[in-house]
Design a binder for this molecule. Structure first.
Ligand SMILES: Cc1cc2nc3c(=O)[nH]c(=O)nc-3n(C[C@H](O)[C@H](O)[C@H](O)COP(=O)(O)OP(=O)(O)OC[C@H]3O[C@@H](n4cnc5c(N)ncnc54)[C@H](O)[C@@H]3O)c2cc1C
Length: 410
């Protein structure tokens, strides 16, 4: 029987502790907070999108950074395996649009309760309110962890301390410091799945307006070369600083990590209509409303809140009668609706980022066991690793699969 220390009581640490204990090890799970799974609690707006019911290829395809590293972890515990694991703990699940899996009760707290009960059933000692400050290493072999309550010795340590987004949940990047102190490389962390600040002020006046079925392109013109970072279709939201919503969060994870200078956003408000189709549509509306002022002629085409912004950006006098609008002006309007331009000023901070991009360099970790290639007996799982995926349950699947693999490898 080995003594195993798991640092971090998030999803990754909890499943790792359960699996290590099920293999007859003595396991201590150390968590700095007063309770387990603080971040897990707020996932999926409190409903917790646990995973995405799909095959391993799709799990990999939705992982943006270092997907190949996850091959063994995903094949050891895929989404069906995870769902089975959770159902066996006694928690019923349901599958929603886009194969997203949630607790049938819609409560993340139920998932945490079931994991906590299994930790107890497996005899895992849970130490709450305990902060790990560094690892104890001798002859390149882990010997335990130093905490604010003293030293704790063990044969194996699993570091599942998370990334650095939403730091009030407990994952504040300390895991990186602990790992780098024992020789590991940290790939510079950046906020991922995060809202975007725009240079333009007009999104502020649209604060709260959500647009469904728009297309968003993120691009840069570099010496006459067009580089497209992202292009997709979906739902977005205007905020007091710029833009957010599912489409924007996904887009943010495709931005280059080093510099966002010169990067622009183009929103196609009518992606299902070609330029000509939209032009004809507007022409029909104008003919129908030919005595109306321009500012009162767009209500069938656009949400009310958006009209003053489009009118201003189109540079056509708002009081002009639509029968006086020229063909050229109408074409400018169509161009605007199909390519509303914004410039990226910044991305929001870690405190608004769903995940952290970057983290512990996976080249220094064995993908078949999650063990460090630098320190024997030390394992890394979950968001601390330089892995990140899109929304849809993929990030929690990474946390669970890597934690499970480390737990059984011990
Ligand atoms: C608002 C929000 C919503 C999200 N929704 C979803 C979703 O619906 N689906 C999805 O797949 N993903 C979602 N995510 C992402 C997901 O929550 C994370 O990917 C996941 O929690 C990572 O798990 P982890 O166990 O690696 O790390 P964490 O959950 O961050 O857990 C790490 C734990 O380690 C503890 N810890 C850190 N350092 C120390 C230390 N030195 N000593 C002791 N303890 C320490 C922390 O307190 C923390 O409890 C969401 C994230 C956020 C912020």
């Amino acid at each position: 029987m080995k003594q195993v220390i798991v640092v971090g009581g998030g999803p990754s640490g909890m499943i790792a502790a359960i699996m290590a204990a099920r293999s007859n090890n003595k396991v201590i799970l150390i968590e700095r907070n007063e309770k387990l799974g603080k971040k897990l609690f707020i996932t999926g707006k409190g409903r917790c999108n646990i995973t995405n019911q799909t095959d391993v290829e799709t799990l990999m395809a939705n992982t943006l950074t270092n997907r190949k590293f996850l091959y063994s972890a995903f094949y050891t515990l895929d989404s069906d395996g995870l769902m089975e694991f959770i159902k066996e703990l006694g928690l019923p699940l349901k599958v929603e649009r886009g194969n997203r899996v949630f607790p049938a009760s819609d409560k993340s707290s139920d998932l945490i309760k079931h994991f906590s009960r299994e930790l107890e059933n497996q005899g895992v000692e849970v130490m709450l309110n305990t902060n790990v400050t560094e690892l104890i290493i001798k002859d390149n072999q882990v010997k335990g962890a130093l905490t604010d309550k003293g030293e704790i010795f063990g044969d194996k340590v699993i570091l599942a301390a998370g990334g650095m987004s939403y730091s009030m949940t407990g994952s504040n990047g300390d895991g990186y410091k602990i790992a780098s102190k024992v020789g590991h490389t940290i790939i510079s962390p950046a906020p991922g799945l995060v809202p975007i600040e725009t240079k333009e002020e007009w999104p502020k006046s649209l604060q709260g307006l959500s647009l469904k079925n728009v297309s968003l392109t993120i691009y840069k013109k570099d010496k006459n070369k067009l580089i497209t970072f992202f292009e997709d279709f979906g739902e977005m939201l205007f905020t007091h600083f710029g833009i957010s919503g599912p489409l924007v969060l996904s887009a943010s994870s495709y931005l280059p990590k080093d510099t966002i200078r010169g990067i622009k956003i183009k929103i196609d408000l009518k992606p299902t209509l070609s330029f000509e189709q939209l032009d004809n549509r507007i022409l029909r509306d104008f003919e129908k409303n030919n005595k109306k002022q321009y500012k009162n002629s767009l209500s069938e085409l656009l949400p009310q809140k958006l009209i003053p912004v489009i009118v201003e950006l189109s540079e056509i006098d708002e009081n002009r009668r639509v029968d006086q609008i020229t063909r050229e002006e109408r074409h400018m309007l169509v161009k605007l609706l199909k390519g509303l331009e914004l410039s990226i000023k910044n991305i929001r901070s870690f405190n608004e980022a769903i995940i952290t991009r970057g983290g512990l360099d996976i080249k220094e970790v064995n993908p078949n066991t999650m063990e460090s290639k630098i320190v024997k007996g030390l394992y890394f799982t979950g968001e601390i690793l330089d892995l990140d995926a899109l929304t849809g349950g993929f990030n929690l699947q990474i946390a669970f699969s890597t934690g499970y693999l480390a737990g059984i490898s011990i």
